[in-house]
Write a protein that binds this ligand. Structure first.
Ligand code: GLN
Length: 537
């Protein structure tokens, strides 16, 4: 039978439940278990697809086209296993399912209530991945902090679930904070005690405490936490601040989190964890032989989480090239013809980010013209590709009004326009072109040499596309449409011939970059930037 691990959070948010969950999953996977992680988010949006990145950071898109929490990106990057819609559930979706069923008359005249109907629907979703038979262990991360009003139905569902399957089949890991009071020079356990007390009020005794801390926790403090929180001494796990999130699996291994978990779930240790490739990656990450500076031009740069998968993909690609990639954020709204040289001139490569709407668009276009004319390596993603097409249209093809109909509906030269099947859609949530689609690469192109094959599949999230009425004109002018969707002829990848690296994609390569499989478009972009940096000096 599948075993279940629930991860709750106490004291404060932002303790890194996602990273702890992913790290534990990595260790269990490295011991030979089939593991997946799911996240329950207590907000009422059906999914984060309609949320502004300032609200919620990046929206991570899965193969099956679900718009999900960015923690799913960590799960995939650590485990190298694809997630699906079932891996991210929100309160909105839970209520929607229950309300739809009520309208169907499925509750047979009963009053529909939080307990048992909402909690039952939560439990049904907790079991879904386990019932697929694909996993030995399912880790379920509960968003929010214990004590929040909106988390209550989830906590109650966990209590019931644990009672139903028994304590050998489901355990609760509580992630908590041990703050350091500088004035007293001491680590404090009281917030953790209170947070565990609150869980106990809801009927849950946590099995394991993972304690986030800035300083090592002494044996005495561990004993104190164990005694007052009623857990075994070896179930008090220290999680000290790490230099990189990729260190956390090894830190958890040292604390024997995986052993404690397996013993509580009555599962054998199997083999010692095989982390050779992971350590190899860390070795390359921490011992770079060169350094480059890449500009990330976007309009959400104030919030680093908005471009999480992109910055992580640079970490993977950097390690692959044994090169430290310093990512410099550049606000697209601040880029003008007058200052573009001072803002971008010192960079070894520039990535123009995905995005929506008009704000900052002209800055992106000016940046791309500068990059193109000065032979600086360039990677454009989604809106970044669309801007590259607009820039080329305006400055090379002489289409003065070249634009996307997203920004200017009535432009004379709609080189980027809304996809035909998007035009009749009025609802905003979950209606973009989402998830994995096939793409065919043309032989002899840079794209083909980067991927080393003609058939690829990549993930999407957009409503607008390259307008194929302009295809011949662009190709004659030297832009190569190197990747095309074979089913509907949409342009998915573009490149320029006489440029060291000018590649842009309608899809999002960053979503598929993992520690085990750094994405080739990023790996080769970093390599080209490194080459450029060497020549420059
Ligand atoms: N706004 C553009 C579109 O919808 C690009 C989307 C994106 O960059 N993800 O097509």
């Amino acid at each position: 039978m599948t075993k279940y691990i629930f991860v709750t959070g106490g004291v404060t948010s932002s303790l890194g439940k996602g990273i702890i969950s992913a790290s534990l999953a990595k260790l269990l996977q490295a011991r030979g278990y089939r593991v997946t992680i799911q996240k329950f988010d207590p907000y009422i949006n059906i999914d984060p697809g309609t949320l502004n990145p300032y609200e919620h950071g990046e929206c991570y898109v899965t193969e099956d086209g679900a718009e999900t929490d960015l923690d799913l990106g960590h799960y995939e990057r650590f485990l190298n296993v694809a997630t699906t819609q079932a891996n991210n559930i929100t309160t909105g979706r839970i209520y929607q399912n229950v309300i739809n069923r009520e309208r169907e008359g499925a509750y047979l005249g009963k009053t529909v209530q939080v307990v048992p109907h909402i909690t039952d629907e939560i439990k049904r979703n907790m079991r879904l991945l386990g019932e697929s038979g694909d996993y030995d262990i399912v880790i379920t991360e509960l968003g929010g902090t214990v004590g929040d009003i909106e988390s209550l139905p989830y906590i109650e569902a966990v209590r019931q679930f644990k009672w139903e399957v028994g304590s050998n089949n489901a355990i609760v890991i509580h992630l908590t904070l041990i703050p350091f009071l500088a004035a007293a020079g001491e680590l404090k356990t009281k917030p953790t005690q209170h947070s565990v007390k609150m869980l106990l009020e809801y009927g849950i005794q946590p099995d394991i405490l993972v304690c986030r801390t800035e300083h090592h926790i002494s044996q005495d403090i561990r004993k104190k936490i164990a005694l007052f929180c009623n857990v075994n001494l070896n179930a008090v796990i220290e999680s000290v601040d790490a230099k990189t999130i990729y260190d956390v699996p090894l830190l958890m291994l040292k604390e024997q989190l995986d052993r404690t978990v397996l013993s509580k779930l009555k599962l054998p240790l199997k083999s010692d964890p095989d982390l050779e490739n992971w350590k190899d990656f860390l070795g390359r990450l921490k011992n770079p032989t060169a350094e480059i500076k890449i500009g990330l031009v976007g309009k959400y740069v104030e919030l680093p989480d908005a471009y999480k998968s992109i910055t992580e993909a640079f970490i993977h690609a950097g390690a692959q090239n044994e090169c430290k990639v310093r990512v410099e954020s550049i606000h697209s709204e601040g880029v003008t013809e007058e200052n573009v040289k001072s803002k971008l001139g010192h960079l070894d490569g520039v990535l123009v980010a995905p995005g929506f709407g008009n704000r900052g668009i002209e800055g992106k276009i000016i940046a791309i013209q500068f990059i193109r004319e000065n032979n600086i390596p360039f990677l454009g993603i989604c809106l970044g590709m669309q801007c590259a097409v607009i820039e080329y249209g305006r400055n090379v093809l002489g289409l003065k009004h070249a634009h996307s109909t997203e920004m200017d509906e009535r432009t004379d030269d709609a080189v980027i326009s809304m996809m035909e099947d998007q035009k009749k859609i009025t609802l905003k949530g979950g209606t973009m072109r989402l998830g994995a689609y096939n793409c065919e690469l043309k032989k002899g192109t840079k794209a083909y040499s980067i991927y080393g094959k003609t058939k690829i599949s990549e993930r999407h999230r957009h409503r607008y596309e390259f307008n194929n009425q302009y295809l011949a004109q662009y190709e004659t002018a030297g832009m190569v449409m190197s990747g095309i969707n074979p089913d509907n002829n949409l342009v998915e990848l573009i490149e320029l011939k006489n440029h060291p690296y000018f590649v842009a994609s309608q899809f999002h390569p960053e979503l598929k970059s993992t520690v085990a499989n750094p994405h080739p478009l990023f790996v080769k972009f970093v390599a080209a930037s490194l080459e450029y940096a060497k020549k420059k000096n």
